[in-house]
Design a protein around this ligand. Structure first.
Ligand SMILES: Cn1cc(CCO)c2c3c(c(-c4ccccc4Cl)cc21)C(=O)NC3=O
Length: 291
């Protein structure tokens, strides 16, 4: 096999943007297409181990979850010199966790967050998969420039020349679901529990009958944290209190509708939690003026 790595042949490494027990993530430029990507390098898991299953899970999930504007896009994955490498879409706005550590989200940003992640979950679930590790650290932000062409009718303003489209650059914030390392199929789920701070009680009791509602629960706690609840408990009294709907005081006072929606999403009974589609139809989220 070639002794220069495909990674260094194909990419120019710009900076380390994250590291942990999962490995290291670099912001890279692809030398061929000149685009920026997020590339995660992790030590190659031992063949047949749980870690290898998870690494393959992640790549299978990305391969199935082709293109959705609220799921981080996958480009390629390969193994080289004892490393697993995955090349994903680079989201230039950091993770939601980083943003929350600086400031809580405004009401309109919270609504966008719920809208985008519920859309992404609806897509993932429609493919017969569940994410199982929804949390601020796995939601990435993309600030995309949308060029808006605003034509005006020259008759209005007296100019003689033909319509001159004027371009105004709008910045569009997009929230994207990332890290598909815990994704599993709804049919015969191989559940690898996600972060316990966002885990609903039924999963802890090995009840996998309503896995899509575990993603909804985790989104509910993610929204609470984005609204300024402060770091969520990993266990103990507070962990149980939240799961009995004792909501911690929030920096961002939510509207009655928004608070009602979040309480529904973290309801102890998964059957009472709304599906992603029902979230999108809730009056706290759907655009104003909906009949
Ligand atoms: C720590 N970290 C920071 C970022 C940049 C956020 O602005 C990031 C990204 C990803 C990932 C990632 C997560 C899990 C698996 C593979 C990757 Cl590349 C991790 C990331 C990813 O898939 N896309 C990213 O932008």
């Amino acid at each position: 096999e070639s002794n220069i790595s495909r990674y260094h042949q194909e990419f120019l490494e710009l900076e380390l943007i994250g590291s942990g027990q999962f490995g290291s993530v670099y912001k890279c430029i692809n030398r061929l297409d000149g685009c920026v990507y997020a590339v995660k390098k992790s030590t190659r898991p031992v063949a047949g181990s749980v870690l290898e299953k998870r690494a393959l899970n992640e790549v299978y999930a990305h391969a199935v979850l082709g293109r959705h504007q609220h799921v981080v896009r996958y480009y390629s994955a390969w193994a080289e010199d004892n490393h697993m490498i995955i090349q994903n879409e680079y989201c230039n706005g950091g993770s939601l966790a980083e943003k929350i550590s600086q400031e809580s989200l405004s009401i309109s940003e919270l609504r966008q967050l719920i809208l985008h992640v519920a859309e992404g979950l609806r897509y993932i679930h429609s493919e017969g998969l569940v994410h199982l590790d929804i949390k601020p650290g796995n939601i990435f932000i993309s600030r995309e420039k949308k060029a808006q062409y605003t034509n005006y009718d020259s008759a209005d303003d007296g100019f003689e020349d033909a319509d001159e489209p004027s371009i105004c650059e709008e910045e569009q914030i997009m929230y994207k679901i990332g890290d598909l390392g815990h994704v599993t199929s709804l049919i015969n789920p191989q559940v690898e529990e996600g972060d316990c701070r966002y885990l609903p009680k039924e999963i802890l009791n090995d009840d996998y009958t309503q896995l899509t509602k575990a993603d909804v629960f985790a989104l509910g706690l993610t929204v609470l944290e984005a609204a300024g609840s402060g770091p969520l408990p990993k266990n103990g009294e507070q962990w149980h209190k939240i799961r009995e709907l004792q909501i911690p005081p929030l920096a961002q006072t939510l509207s009655r509708d928004l608070l009602e929606l979040v309480k529904l999403m973290i309801n102890p009974d998964p059957a009472l939690r709304p599906s992603p589609l029902q979230i999108l139809q809730h009056r706290a989220v759907c655009p104003v003026g909906k009949k």
